[in-house]
Ligand binder design. Structure first.
Ligand code: NAD
Ligand code: TDX
Length: 335
C-alpha cells in the first residue's frame, strides 16, 4: 500500500489521522473533503507537499470519487455529518452524506478492487445502564437512538453487505468519544473549554449523569492505522481506551484545570433521546492486533487539549459565535 484517500480529512479525527500517517509512515495521502461547516483546511497546515494533496469535493460525487478511488490503493472513510444535536434538528444531510456518500464510495471501491476502511462509532449499539457490568463488544446488537447514529449504523450495514455479497476488501472500526486538538467547538469538550476561555459558563445537558468513554484522537489514529495495515478483511474492531467519565465530572475537571470554582457551570435543557452511557470492550484489538493506547491519563490529555485551545484561538475563534447562535436557535436554554 503506497497511497490512500482520506475522506473527511479536514475534520477533527480525519485531520488528526492525516498528521499521524504523514508522521509515522511513508504513505502519500489525498484528502477528499467537502469543507462543510465542520471542515477546516487550517487543520492541515504544514504537511509535506510531496506526500499530501487536498481535493475539495463531495463523497457522493460519483465521477470524482471514481477517479480518486481508481488511482489510490486504499480509502479510509471518516467523512460524515457527525453531530447528534444537528441531526435532531435537520436529519437530511445525515442521510445524504452518511448513507448515500458511503454507498458511493463502496461502489467505487467494488469497481476498482480498492481496499476500504470504514470509520464508525460506538453509538450504533445504543446505550447502557449506568450500572451495567457489560460493555459493548463486536457482537453487541445494533440499536441506535438518534438520526446521526442510525445513519452511521446504516452505513456500517452497507459496508458489511458489500463485503459479503461483492467481496469488498473492507474492515470496519467503531470508536468511543474522541477528544484532542482540531475538534469543532460544537462538541462537548471544546465547547466547554472555549466557553471558559471566553468568560462564558459551561453548559451541561440535564443532570450531567451521562457517561462517555473518552479516547485521545491520536490513539484513534494509531488504532485505525493498525487495522488498515494488519486487520483481517471483513472484520469489525472496537476502539476504546477505558476512559469512562460522566459529563459533570468532565466539566468540573475543566473548571479545576483553568482555576475556576467547580460549580461555575449551568444546567441546560437535556438532549432529546440522550444516550445514557457508552463503554467499549476493546480486547479484540488488543489480543488480535496487539494495539495499545498511548494516552491513558485523561487529566493530562485534557490539560494538553485546554492548552491547545488556549494557544489556537485563531483556529476556533471564527466558529464560536456561529455555533453558539445555532444552539440558541435550537432552543437551548438554562434550567
Ligand atoms: P467532523 O464533523 O469533525 O468532520 C467531518 C468532516 O467530513 C468535515 O471535514 C466535513 O467537511 C467532511 N464532510 C462532511 N460531509 C462531507 C461530504 N459529503 N463529502 C466530503 N466531506 C464531507 O467529524 P469527526 O468528529 O472528525 O468524525 C469523523 C468520523 O469519525 C465520522 O465518521 C464519525 O462518525 C466518526 N466518529 C467520531 C467520533 C467522535 O468522537 N467525534 C467517535 C467515533 C466515531
Ligand atoms: O454543550 C454540551 N453539553 C453537554 O452536556 C454538549 C455539546 C454536549 N453535552 C453532552 C452530551 C453527551 O452526553 O456531552 C456528551 C458528549 O456530547 P457530544 O460531544 O455532542 O458527543 P456525543 O453525542 O457523545 O457523540 C460523539 O461521540 C460519538 C461524536 O459527536 C460522534 O460523532 C461520535 O460518533
Amino acid at each position: 500500500m503506497r497511497s490512500i484517500v482520506v475522506t473527511g480529512g479536514a475534520g477533527f479525527i480525519g485531520s488528526n489521522f492525516v498528521h499521524h500517517v504523514l508522521r509515522n509512515t511513508d504513505l502519500t495521502v489525498t484528502v477528499l473533503d467537502k469543507l462543510t461547516y465542520a471542515g477546516n483546511v487550517a487543520s492541515l497546515e504544514g504537511l509535506p507537499p510531496n506526500r499530501f494533496t487536498f481535493v475539495r469535493g463531495d463523497i457522493a460525487d460519483d465521477e470524482l470519487v471514481d477517479e480518486l478511488v481508481g488511482t489510490h490503493d486504499a480509502v479510509v472513510h471518516f467523512a460524515a455529518e457527525s453531530h447528534n444535536d444537528n441531526s435532531l434538528h435537520d436529519p437530511a444531510p445525515f442521510l445524504q452524506t452518511n448513507v448515500i456518500g458511503t454507498y458511493t464510495l463502496i461502489e467505487a471501491c467494488r469497481r476498482h478492487g480498492t481496499r476500504f476502511h470504514h470509520i464508525s462509532t460506538d453509538e450504533v449499539y445504543g446505550d447502557l445502564e449506568l450500572d451495567d457490568p457489560e460493555r459493548f463488544t463486536e457482537s453487541t446488537p445494533y440499536n441506535p437512538s438518534s438520526p446521526y447514529s442510525s445513519t452511521k449504523a446504516a452505513s456500517d450495514l452497507l459496508v458489511r453487505a458489500w463485503v459479503r455479497s461483492f467481496g469488498l476488501r473492507a474492515t470496519l472500526s467503531n470508536c468511543s468519544n474522541n477528544y484532542g486538538p482540531y475538534q469543532h467547538v460544537e462538541k462537548f469538550i471544546p465547547r466547554q473549554i472555549t466557553n471558559v476561555l471566553t468568560g462564558v459558563r459551561p453548559k451541561l445537558y440535564g443532570a450531567g449523569e451521562n457517561v462517555r468513554d473518552w479516547i485521545h484522537a491520536d490513539d484513534h489514529s494509531s488504532a485505525v492505522l493498525t487495522i488498515l495495515t494488519s486487520g483481517v478483511l471483513g472484520e469489525t474492531y472496537l476502539i476504546g481506551a477505558d476512559g469512562e467519565q460522566n459529563n459533570r465530572a468532565v466539566v468540573e475537571l475543566i473548571l479545576e484545570l483553568v482555576g475556576q470554582p467547580a460549580d461555575a457551570y449551568d444546567h441546560v435543557v437535556d438532549r432529546a433521546g440522550h444516550d445514557l452511557r457508552y463503554a467499549i470492550d476493546w480486547s479484540k484489538l488488543r489480543t488480535e492486533l496487539g494495539w495499545r493506547p498511548r494516552f491513558s491519563d485523561f487529566r493530562a490529555g485534557l490539560e494538553a487539549t485546554i492548552a491547545w485551545y488556549r494557544d489556537n484561538e485563531a483556529w476556533w475563534g471564527p466558529q464560536k459565535a456561529t455555533t453558539e447562535a445555532r444552539y440558541a436557535a435550537q432552543g437551548q436554554v438554562a434550567l
